[in-house]
Design a protein around this ligand. Sequence first.
Ligand code: FAD
Length: 388
Amino acid sequence: MDFTFSPEHTALRRMVREFAENEVAPLAMQMDRQHRVPLEMIRRLGQTGLLGVCFPQEYGGMGAGETGYCILMEELGRVCTSTATIVGAHIGIGAMAIHLDGNDEQKRKYLTPLARGEKIAAFGLTESGAGSDAANIRTRAVREGDSWILDGGKVFITNGGHADIITVMAVTDPSLGARGGITAFIVETAWEGFSVAREEDKMGIRGSSTAELVFEELRVPHENVLGKVGEGFITFMKALDMGRLTLGAASLGGAQASLEWAVRWARTRRQFGVELAHKQSVQWMIANMATEIEALRSLVYRVAWMVDTGQPFGQLAAMCKMYGSEVASRAIDMALQIHGGLGLTRDFPIERGFRDARIAEIYEGTNEVQRIVIATNIFREHGVRIRP
Ligand SMILES: Cc1cc2nc3c(=O)[nH]c(=O)nc-3n(C[C@H](O)[C@H](O)[C@H](O)COP(=O)(O)OP(=O)(O)OC[C@H]3O[C@@H](n4cnc5c(N)ncnc54)[C@H](O)[C@@H]3O)c2cc1C
């Protein structure tokens, strides 16, 4: 076993950290207060090549693999969860679906500008009646000659308010359900029939767009079917597996930031004549945070290595997402406790971190859904088929 990062990945981390600290961190508070997506910063991030970090070089990417992508997400998560969310929806699920199941022509036309950061992607799965029950979508696509006509809508779509390209899941044969009746499409938001109905006003990750989208007689050319007709559910679930791993990486960065804030405060804040660092209850919180962060770090980069070496990883990706989001929530909670009353004020980043951390337990499949995935796999290995 070799737990060291390659010189290329070490250099990549240095580059990402520099960008994160110099270009992202100074905007994080303002993005949250103004509820503003920092499109100009995302554009600069694209110019560095980082929005294509894990995609092949022949399609405009950096070719740094899943490990490189986890490094990017960890470093962005450390300074700004909104930015990690924007990048996660763009690379990890939106563009990833094209990377995984697109044909060469689709990759040249769509993945290349996405990898170069010239265009922004989103991932359109959730509907008002289909959240955890993703197979229950109602958006309909009907074949008409060389096109498909899309009618319906999506809710809670990250980057929905400013994306150029959206991978959309729609029902193509209602009689077949998720197995054969759902197809994935690549949709350009400039096309007639696409509109943004509204932006959500959220508790956290306020620097990211979460939008409701409407498709009205939206004509999609047949060449924009992603993968095979009827196999869209599989395409989307594969993309979500990748997204869940890197969500764990973003949570790792968030938890690391909480630890750094907590240590800094415990070293300087004096009560009863000594710094808080000398109080055992504070030491225990720091020790618990650091231990969970190390366990999460090992899990995330082991799974990234499995992806990069072509091994099955779906079950472990669910663990990364579930465990990572809960480690991050516990870490920010303890950091806030160590800051006392000041932790609740807007003078410190803890308050924003606390609001930002919560979403990771919900999106890309709630943690209850991840537990169902994990337990179902375990029981299957022991010959038990879990009933829905
Ligand atoms: C900020 C934000 C960004 C998002 N970005 C995207 C995006 O880019 N693209 C996209 O497609 N979607 C996106 N989503 C949607 C997100 O993935 C869903 O919100 C999530 O999957 C949960 O669905 P729901 O909100 O409808 O909750 P529900 O499915 O209604 O669940 C409500 C509660 O019931 C529990 N529950 C449901 N079913 C079960 C069960 N079988 N067993 C046990 N418990 C269950 C859930 O765990 C949860 O606690 C986003 C959501 C948010 C809030």
